[in-house]
Design a protein around this ligand. Sequence first.
Ligand code: BGC
Length: 719
Amino acid sequence: MKLSTEIERKIDTLLAQMTLAEKIGQLAQYTNGAELTGPEGEPVDLNRLARDGAVGSVLNYTGVADTKKIQDIAVNESRLGIPLMFGYDVIHGYKTGFPIPLAQAASWNMELIEKSEQIAAREASAAGVNWAFTPMLDIARDPRWGRVIEGAGEDTYLGSRIATARVRGLQGDNPAAKDRVLACAKHYVGYGAAQAGRDYFTCDLTERTLREVYLPPFQAAVTAGVGSIMPAFNEIDGVPMTANKTLIKDVLIDEFGFNGCLVSDWTAVHELVAHGVAANDKEAATLAINAGVDIDMCSGSYSKYLAELVAEGAVEEAVIDDSVRRVLRSKFALNLFELPHKNTDLELERRVVEAPEHFEFSRQLARECIVLLKNQNALLPLAKDITSIAVVGPFADSKQDACGAWRAQTDSNKAVTVLAGVRAAVGNNTVVTYAAGCSAEHKDLSELATAVQAVEQSDIAIVVLGEFADSSGEAACLTDLNFSGGQGELIRAVHATGKPVVLVVQSGRPFTIAWEVENIPAIIQAWHLGSRAGNAVADVLFGDFNPCGKLPMTMPRSIGQVPIFYNCKNTGRPFDADNKYCSKYLDSPNTPLYPFGFGLSYSRFDYSNLRLSSPEMAIDDIITVSVDVTNNSSRTGKEVVQLYIHDLVASITRPVMELKGFQKIELTASEWKTIVFEISATMLEFYGADMQKIVEAGEFTVFLGGSSQECLQTNFILK
Ligand code: BGC
């Protein structure tokens, strides 16, 4: 965040007027109880706290009617009149529901992702929220972990690009603007590496993995000017992040230059006791504040103990001052001292929130997130004048599940399901029959026959399987990534009819669908796509939109392969079909069901003529790599051209390939374009044995293609 010296002076002046109690008040955050994402704390009288200057920010207030009331108390009735910040989890849209963030990552479209945050910020801000607890930047390589839905998937480079786009979308050039909010990058750091994919579980990461894989998206967010950061629940190397002075002070603040405020996760200060690093809440408060965690979300430990701790000398008042300064800086960045309410106009809130163009945008974004996984004999797109269609599956007409988990104020009653989307897309002459066919909760197969009959009487079956919205997200981890309840039986029974089948997978994470890929001719990964999910799916099914999404996470064949990700190491015994003693399974190939970056189109893109501007490169040089991409089809389509690099020999083993660039391009029928990427030495850097960044001379392979496994490749030498 950029703030003037004049504001820094104002902060000093204000700080000099504050009592210790008022300072501690700025560091306390409580919920109004509207939404609980963790254990319920002791009830507090928020109006009284605001009047006493004993709370600095609140969460879960939504709607200007409510935010205005308490803000007026803070500003007009407290001694110093310091305004509150209003935090809220705006994860994928405020009220107009957008696709879950993992789905958005599949769009590889930075412009659309930025715009989705801009709209979310516009709606949230019109509703009184000025601080969004988003973006979630945790790299996730394990689909058992429910929170994969909130992030950008498994890749650090893609994740960093998305981090930048999201921060820009939320904050714009100035978070004080009426239609922007303060962003909060979370969860710092390593949260996605929870062992066994179990939420809140221990993370055991080497400094190298931390630096190479998990930290870069946070650094990108800091560079983009993110206003706040939330430390994660997990520990790293025995130190919970809420008490991790090294990673907060040394890395985030000193090394990356972060100057915004840090807000703990929900009751995470208190949880230092359960972690076993603090004997009680008082010790927990000491550890957290001394580590640099400025705001205590919902645990009450700062309010209860900081004054005592300062009196006893366990916490220096200068440490408190430092934290208060950070909080005030955020409030100045939001211009709250001059305009404590960005909006108080109910009418404006009504107009902005769920504006028709926001729903239109939701559809536009959603269809770009859909990944076409299989399309045997060009079964898709379907003709709109088809005589009869059976739409079956327990998620085919579930509005709530189409919206996805953690949907803020999204009104699922207004969501469009796949059934509704299909009905709206076809003409009056097409008969659309619907049957749920089974439950996704248990193996009740009593409705199977009805679904089979509907399919038998139709020309084609569209089967919508997946998971409940709330089967993914926080505290929603799974040990089984097969379809739940009777869904497995349903798809087999539909397949047995011999009718052509299109499978639509509506999930918050990659599922293990090996049988389906073997047997079902057309499959689309449709995620949880938000308010206009069904329209977006229908746009793809009937060819009004040519699919262009690419997987941001590897799809495993079975849960036994997890964690599986494309940028792994080669090992000393890489896969060799003829050798037992190499790194492989006896009962499964190493390769995934679908690789990172994979996604089909109704167009066919051919890559040719890969060439370098020079086969050699000096360290301060830039060379280019180019490829011709041709749309060998009669349809306009979009393709994500992906650039990967592999360092063949280095002092530290390097991944088999790493994403270093991408371009989303559009080609009309039969059009071809030369796509050019620059390669510079910074793209070849890695952390050496002493954990300093270095570039080593030698040979590199550069890959260009439409997925991590379908690339043309060539080599160059760094001199
Ligand atoms: C989550 C955070 C969220 C917070 C406030 C926690 O349980 O981990 O991501 O911002 O709750 O709702």
